[in-house]
Write a protein that binds this ligand. Structure first.
Ligand SMILES: C[S@@+](CC[C@H](N)C(=O)[O-])C[C@H]1O[C@@H](n2cnc3c(N)ncnc32)[C@H](O)[C@@H]1O
Length: 211
């Protein structure tokens, strides 16, 4: 039985889609992924399944098409707060071939020209992050990166920091990375809130304790 290809497609732009990812994607006869990725990357002849909160149905689709060759697309790297965790609950290691991708976190630190092996990486994507927990991470880690969510955009991160005594904290909001409207905004939690700086929710908020 062929292995299920779990493909990291990078932060968005095809410039960051690796040749290995492209090759694996082109070889698949069926593709599972978010709507944007399917629209942008799947070929018209490939059978597709659009991921929403229908993970159970996605598993059925994967099992049905595995023999013919199925690929699951994941933004960034599948192992960084991605779909790999869910797939490993349902498939054995030997059932999966993971093709790594460039994570949004990697690209955020690259944009800031900062090494990140000592970074703490948190996610507010589809999960709740407590303000006190976030503040503790910021106080105890040299670097923190936080993945945001439409329900927890950079302003919500700033609000949590401000509510936990970190209003003056410098933050770097790295938004829509690799897309034409990419922006990296350096500000403080207080300034972001006071000036109501409007930032897209597709963002990695980076905090550096540079002292
Ligand atoms: C479900 S997580 C997936 C992370 C992904 N596995 C990775 O390695 O980048 C989605 C979150 O990643 C961040 N993200 C993904 N693409 C991004 C981009 N192009 N620019 C900024 N942040 C991005 C956002 O915080 C988004 O809410």
């Amino acid at each position: 039985m062929p292995r299920i290809k779990v493909i990291g497609v990078g932060p968005g732009s095809e410039d960051y889609l690796t040749p290995a990812a492209r090759k694996a994607l082109d070889a698949a006869s069926a593709v599972v992924g978010g709507e944007r990725h399917i629209r942008q990357m799947a070929a018209p002849w490939q059978k597709t399944f659009i991921l929403k909160s229908n993970l159970g149905e996605a598993l059925e689709f994967i099992r049905l098409h595995r023999e013919a060759g199925v690929a699951v697309l994941a933004s960034g790297d599948p192992g960084m707060y991605g779909i790999l965790k869910y797939l490993r609950r349902h498939f054995r290691r030997e059932d999966l071939e993971v093709i790594p991708g460039v994570s949004a976190v990697q690209l955020a630190f690259a944009r800031l020209a900062v090494p990140w092996e000592d970074a703490r990486i948190l996610s507010a994507h589809g999960r709740k992050v407590e303000g006190a927990f976030l503040a503790e991470a910021v106080r105890t880690s040299p670097k923190v990166a936080i993945l945001t969510d439409p329900r927890c955009p950079p302003a919500s991160i700033a609000r949590m920091l401000a509510a936990n005594g970190l209003a003056a904290q410098r933050i770097y909001c790295c938004c829509n990375l690799s897309y034409p409207d990419e922006c990296v905004v350096e500000t403080s939690a207080r300034e972001l809130l006071e000036k109501q700086i409007d930032l897209p929710p597709n963002c990695v908020v980076v905090i550096l304790n540079e002292g």
